[in-house]
Structures are given as structure tokens and as C-alpha cells.
Design a protein. Structure first.
Length: 215
């Protein structure tokens, strides 16, 4: 099952609408003020959850009463962010692929936390993307092949999520590497480019943030 989670951090609704239409999701979840996107798009999510402390009460009432939408409200005093609750719900539903929109707004603390949350899906072998108009981000811990014709943007950045990532080998890139040890205090993996039809990222141990980015 291919699942969409919409959070309220980024309000580029035109992009979000086009992405949703293009991807054709099987199930949609609104997290907190992600409800505002569905209200603007005149669509009902399959599920809405969160504490809704940043959502318009009128919008919350509208979807609380909507027959199509499964509604869950939590206390604001909780350990998990609304995005984490939504991601755990998507995994519990058996999603095989998850896309998160609206997670890259002005709150850098939320952005960093959401990038780390992608690990929840990775632990279960589920592909999970954090996407906005300029970036598509996921975590990798094994060999990954990228096709130049399908890349999201012109630039590929690799940033260690774990303290070190061992044995990084890059082929088909403008800046190749062979058995390199990457660590979190250096930026060598930023702004690479694919120069072949396919490019491969291989690693022996650790986790990398893989960001496909546009200017």
C-alpha cells in the first residue's frame, strides 16, 4: 500500500496537489494542520490525527464530522510529534511505501526530527520519502542504484546519519569514492552529480541521508 502523510510545516499547496495527483496514493493521512491542505484541495483524507493545536478549529470540526475520514485527537502533552504518530500509523496499516509532504517548513527542529523518523520505516524495510518542491530525502543503509533519467533534481547529497559510515563507494558520479569512511563532521558528500545513465552508492556499515535536490 502506498501511503501519503501530509503535515503542516510547508504550505506549498500547488506543489503538494500536483505531487498527490501524480503519485496516486492508496491511503492518505493528515497530521495536525496538514488538514488545511485537504481543506484547500477540497479532498477528504482517509485519516486525520494529531493534537490539532496548530489547526483551525473550523477545519478540525469539518473533518471530525466527515464520514470518509477516520479521526483521532491526542493531548498536546505527548512524547511523539504528530508526524511520528502519523508515520507509526502508516506502518501499522502495512504500508509498503510512504511519502511525507509538508514536513520541511520553517521549524528546523521539526525538519531534523522528521529526517531521523525516516529510520522507523527503514527498520521495517519500508521505503519512506520526505518530499517538497526542491528536495526528496530518504535514508539508505545498503547498495542503492539511481537512474539519471528518474532523479528528482540535478544534485545528489550524501550525509552520514550515524557517526560514521564505512566503505562508501560511489560509481557513475562526477565525484567518485572508493571505500571511503564518511563521518558527521565533514561535508564531502554534498552536491554530487550523476554523470552516467546509472549511479551506484555502496556502503559497508552505517546509515546515509540521501538527498536529491534542485536549486
Amino acid at each position: 500500500m502506498k501511503t501519503l502523510i501530509v503535515t503542516g510545516g510547508n504550505k506549498d499547496y500547488a506543489f503538494m496537489q500536483s505531487y498527490m495527483d501524480m503519485q496516486q496514493f492508496d491511503y492518505t493521512i493528515a497530521a495536525d494542520s496538514g488538514l488545511h491542505f485537504f481543506a484547500a484541495a477540497q479532498k477528504a483524507p482517509d485519516e486525520a490525527l494529531g493534537d490539532f493545536d496548530s489547526a483551525d478549529p473550523a477545519v478540525v470540526r469539518r473533518f471530525r464530522e466527515h464520514a470518509k475520514t477516520r479521526f483521532q485527537q491526542f493531548r498536546p502533552e505527548k512524547d511523539d510529534t504528530d508526524t511520528e504518530i502519523a508515520l507509526r500509523r502508516a506502518l501499522a496499516l502495512g504500508s509498503s511505501e510512504i511519502h511525507i509532504l509538508g514536513g520541511s517548513g520553517t521549524r528546523l527542529d521539526h525538519l531534523l526530527a522528521t529526517v531521523h523518523l525516516l529510520g522507523l520505516a527503514m527498520e521495517q524495510g519500508v521505503l519512506c520519502y520526505l518530499v517538497d518542491a526542491h528536495n526528496r530525502i530518504r535514508l539508505i543503509q545498503e547498495k542503492t542504484v539511481l537512474k539519471k533519467g528518474l532523479q528528482y533534481g540535478a544534485y545528489i547529497s550524501l550525509i552520514p546519519l550515524t557517526t560514521t559510515v564505512e566503505g562508501v563507494t560511489l560509481t557513475g558520479f562526477k565525484y567518485p569514492l572508493e571505500g571511503y569512511r564518511m563521518d558527521t563532521f565533514h561535508s564531502i558528500g554534498v552536491s554530487n552529480e550523476i554523470v552516467s545513465d546509472e549511479a551506484a552508492i555502496d556502503l559497508k556499515a552505517g546509515i546515509l541521508v540521501l538527498a536529491e535536490t534542485k536549486d
